[in-house]
Design a protein around this ligand. Structure first.
Ligand code: ATP
Ligand code: MG
Length: 140
């Protein structure tokens, strides 16, 4: 597997509890390098656009209001097999189903307030990175 990039968000439930460093420690311990990072307040339009694939789901409105409820940290991660590796480090969407040692098992509050996002494919990673980052904000 070649070196690739993935997109990550440390969600409002995690920033609120001062877990940015704890999440980053798990990312770096897994061999992923944080090559872009900024703390932002997501706008409603950004959250609706970012989660557009879920707009017909019953939890969409709640998800958008959660993602805009406080600061998030958006990140670009780089490493071998980064997309799949980061999803392993995050654990299952529902923290009750996440493996021991994963970010969601240790930190998530609920299936919605589940502390982190990670891209589900290299194609989506590229789209998501371009949605939040200018090229010069990524330094590898
Ligand atoms: P993410 O896309 O955030 O990395 P994921 O790929 O594990 O997570 P998705 O199915 O893409 O999960 O859902 C996107 C996000 O929507 C979840 O991370 C979670 O915050 C929220 N979500 C998913 N399912 C539910 C649900 N049943 N109830 C409430 N919120 C949900
Ligand atoms: Mg997803």
């Amino acid at each position: 597997m070649a070196v690739e990039r993935t997109f990550s968000i440390i969600k409002p439930d995690a920033t609120k509890r001062n877990l940015t460093g704890a999440v980053n420690q798990k990312i770096e311990a897994a061999g992923l390098r944080i090559i872009g990072q900024k703390r932002i307040k997501m706008s409603k339009a950004q959250a609706e656009g970012f989660y557009g694939v879920h707009k017909e789901r019953p939890f969409f409105g709640s998800l958008v209001s959660f993602m805009t409820s406080g600061p998030v940290v958006v990140q670009v991660l780089q490493g071998e097999n980064a997309v799949a590796k980061y999803r392993e480090v995050m654990g299952a969407t529902d923290p009750a189903k996440a493996d021991a040692g994963t970010i969601r098992k240790e930190f998530a509050e609920s299936i919605e307030a589940n502390s982190v996002h990670g891209s589900d494919s290299a194609e989506n990673a590229k789209i998501e990175i371009e949605f939040f980052f200018k090229p010069e904000e990524i330094v590898d």
